[in-house]
Design a protein around this ligand. Structure first.
Ligand SMILES: Nc1ncnc2c1ncn2[C@@H]1O[C@H](COP(=O)(O)OP(=O)(O)OP(=O)(O)O)[C@@H](O)[C@H]1O
Length: 715
């Protein structure tokens, strides 16, 4: 029933009820009326009225019903006009095209979204840079006459007296672009004229290898000055470092001695000690002559350290103080800020903000005035600089500026047009060539690696072996991998899931592959030819690394994989055994030094390493990097491949990817707009790594040998 008709019905009912009530009432009020003729007349009139009302209401309801029925009839008639269709989709209107959303705002602060950009070709002669003549001479002895782009931009910003430098600097420039000299040169220029030795500069880096590398560069830069450099790394006993960094003396100071004695007594009696520093001082004070107090002085002007060890010194080395600090450099900043390392940022910032115990500050304190502000020049660097403002904010930067080097115009590899300069991707060196090799399910990855080493890294070997390439092998190559190799999976050095990225993997489409593919190489050889002699190190004969000794850094995802792979290479191809070094997280400092030294001197030409070696390590003549295990992030990839193609030299990076890793690799690494590269990653097939029955047998034997070596079972 329609709303309308309901209403009328209700009205009629109400009218009827009210009329009947009125009648009842009247009957009650005058019980005699129904007996009189007048009363009957009055009743009749009323009933007529009520009846008229009721009829009116019913008519109106009937009219409403009729209208409704007419409307329904009309609807039914109209149905006859409806066009009947089959199951094919109905034509749809054109979707409304909405204008592309181009943000006119950025959530980044303007110093990040509008950085100072430096062209990679902007180079200056060191002689034009107001550097000390001796420094220029030292640089020229090393063969450096021209400052690289980032150095040409940053050095002038950091040169000059402290009161004229008003900004802290963040520097984002690709791996191998020369960031180390960009901060060390102005720092040394600033400190060289200071007559008194104080700890004025602190350089924080993430690994002990980097501490040693940066200190070597710094040592060269300070030659001819009175400056002294110290290092602090976790691998060295703390006590040795304390003795090397702090000189302990004594001073005649009866009042000071008395105050120390009082404190010592209070401590003894009540356990009352004001500050931790006093406790440590008391320990020295008890060994002093009467009326003398200990005094401490720094033995170094510049300290290069890892964050953990720095905190150890701040918290437990008598006399270690950052009161005189003027320079704070954080290299590989994104890595250091990502990992908390005993809350190092908070501890250091708190230490730097404690007011210095100077006479001026004491006077200011007496006048209830704030202590004088410290003027510490902070320089924060990385090839993959974080734009995370909360992390950068923890460093309490003063009027910061971001300097970026633009080596590559935005390329066809990624359409990065919407991104602003500040949040554009990280750049790879322009001289880097990247290739990727599919390795199927990954079960024969060691064989692919060997093949790669012998065909593309140590090129000289390829030339002879291609000539001797046996026809039989060609036939084996075309047969494809067989299921029999599956049994090797448990023993193989890595399994396909060794890359522990959470991203979904999958093969890219054929179309994607076609776009990315480069012509497959069709060379092959017997990788098991143990008798073939490898004269190390060999000269590259290709046009990419002309005349340089070939060497390769191979990355695995764990120490265990690195060690196993090195054993396996030695077993599968004994001539490589003596040429291979392993650098893992667990290598001791001295082992690490020996391994790196041998590699740098060319005694070994294959270095297998975990990601410990990916950050900042400078192996100037490294010709190849191989990602044997898939890196865990795009940042890890950038730092790994950045060990080659440094300072404008050519370099090649190879990545082995399994079919489950393929999609992630191409999407997240090879084609991501986060990475700015000059040329796309090329796909290269090493099809000939297909195993004959004999080779498979030898491979299994090698794996068995490896397993026996691991379990110490020589039977
Ligand atoms: N002015 C120069 N001329 C020639 N070579 C230079 C110059 N400055 C630095 N180099 C060389 O460039 C290489 C890379 O320098 P450096 O290690 O400082 O790079 P980086 O930017 O810190 O790299 P990463 O981000 O990987 O740590 C080194 O081998 C260094 O000796």
């Amino acid at each position: 029933m329609s709303k309308h008709s309901k209403k009328h019905k209700r009205e009629a009912q109400e009218a009827a009820i009210s009329a009947s009530r009125e009648n009842d009432q009247e009957r009650k009020d005058s019980p005699t009326t129904h007996n009189t003729g007048e009363g009957e007349v009055s009743h009749g009139t009323k009933h007529q009225k009520v009846l008229a009302k009721f009829q009116k209401s019913m008519e109106s309801q009937a009219r409403g019903e009729t209208q409704k029925q007419t409307a329904i009839l009309d609807d039914h008639q109209n149905e006859g006009d409806v066009e009947l269709h089959g199951l094919e989709p109905l034509p749809q209107p054109e979707p409304v095209t909405e204008p592309e959303f181009i943000p006119t705002f950025t959530s980044l602060p303007s110093w990040i979204s509008n950085p100072i950009t430096v062209s990679s070709s902007a180079k200056k002669a060191f002689t034009e840079m107001s550097l000390d003549e001796k420094t220029v001479a030292t640089l020229s002895q090393r063969g450096y006459t021209e400052a690289l782009a980032i150095q040409s931009a940053v050095i002038p910003m950091l040169l000059g007296p402290a009161h004229l430098r008003h900004s802290d600097l963040c520097v984002a420039a690709s791996t191998g672009s020369g960031k180390t000299l960009a901060y060390i040169l102005p720092m040394v220029e600033d400190l060289r004229s200071r007559p008194i030795r104080k700890l004025r500069s602190l350089i924080i880096v993430p690994t002990r290898e980097l501490v040693s590398q940066v200190s070597k560069v710094a040592e060269q830069c300070i030659s001819g000055t009175h400056l002294k450099i110290g290092t602090a790394v976790g691998a060295v006993p703390l006590l040795n470092e304390q003795e090397a960094l702090i000189e302990r003396g004594r001073q005649f100071d009866p009042e000071g001695w008395k105050s120390l004695q009082d404190k010592a007594q209070r401590r003894l009696l009540y356990g009352d000690v004001d500050v931790q520093e006093d406790v440590r001082m008391l320990e020295d004070a008890v060994r002093m002559l009467p009326d003398h107090v200990p005094v401490y002085s720094s033995t170094v002007d510049l300290l290069i350290c890892t964050p953990g060890r720095l905190i150890d010194h701040i918290q437990s080395t008598n006399g270690f103080s950052l009161d005189d600090l003027e320079w704070l450099v954080v290299d590989e900043a994104d890595r250091l800020l990502d990992e908390s390392f005993q809350q190092w940022v908070d501890v250091i910032m708190a230490t730097l903000e404690t007011s210095r115990p100077t006479a001026r500050n004491r006077l200011l304190a007496e006048l209830w005035l704030p202590p004088e502000k410290r003027n510490i020049q902070k320089v924060i660097l990385s090839a993959t600089m974080t734009r995370d403002i909360s992390k950068l904010g923890s460093l309490r930067l003063r009027r910061p500026k971001l300097v970026v080097v633009e080596g590559v115009q935005t390329t066809n590899v990624s359409d990065n047009s919407a991104s602003t300069v500040g949040d554009r991707g990280n750049e790879l060196p322009t001289t880097l060539r990247e290739l990727a090799i599919p390795v199927g399910d990954g079960l024969e990855k060691p064989l692919y690696l060997l093949r790669l080493l012998r065909s593309d890294v140590f090129v000289a070997e390829k030339v002879t072996e291609v000539e001797d390439f046996p026809r039989q092998f060609e036939e084996d190559a075309s047969s494809g991998p067989t299921n029999e190799t599956d049994s090797l999976s448990e023993l193989g050095p890595t399994t396909p899931d060794s890359a522990s990225s959470a991203e979904p993997y999958g093969e890219p489409s054929t179309e994607e592959m076609d776009k990315l593919a480069v012509p497959a190489v069709d060379v092959g050889f017997d990788i098991f030819n143990k008798d073939s002699h490898v004269p190390p190190p060999q000269k590259c004969t290709d046009d990419i690394h002309p005349g340089t000794a070939a060497n390769v850094l191979i990355f695995t995802n764990s120490n265990e994989n690195a060690t196993r792979l090195s054993h396996l290479i030695g077993i599968l191809h004994p001539p490589y055994a003596g040429l291979t070094g392993v650098l893992t997280k667990s290598s001791t400092s001295s082992t690490g030094k020996t391994v790196l030294g041998a590699f740098r001197r060319g005694k070994t030409s294959i270095l297998i390493a975990s990601d410990r070696a990916s950050r900042g390590l400078d192996l100037p003549h490294l010709s190849h990097v191989v990602n044997y295990d898939m890196p865990r992030s795009v940042t890890a990839y950038i730092h790994r491949v950045g060990r080659t193609a440094r300072a404008g030299r050519p370099g090649t990076a190879w990545t082995l990817f399994t079919s489950t890793e393929a999609r992630w690799f191409w999407n997240a690494i090879a084609r991501t707009p986060e990475v700015i590269r000059q040329r796309p990653v090329q796909r290269k097939r090493l099809d000939a790594v297909v195993i004959s029955a004999k080779q498979k047998e030898e491979y299994e034997e090698a794996l068995g040998e490896l397993q026996r070596a691991v379990h110490g079972d020589q039977s």
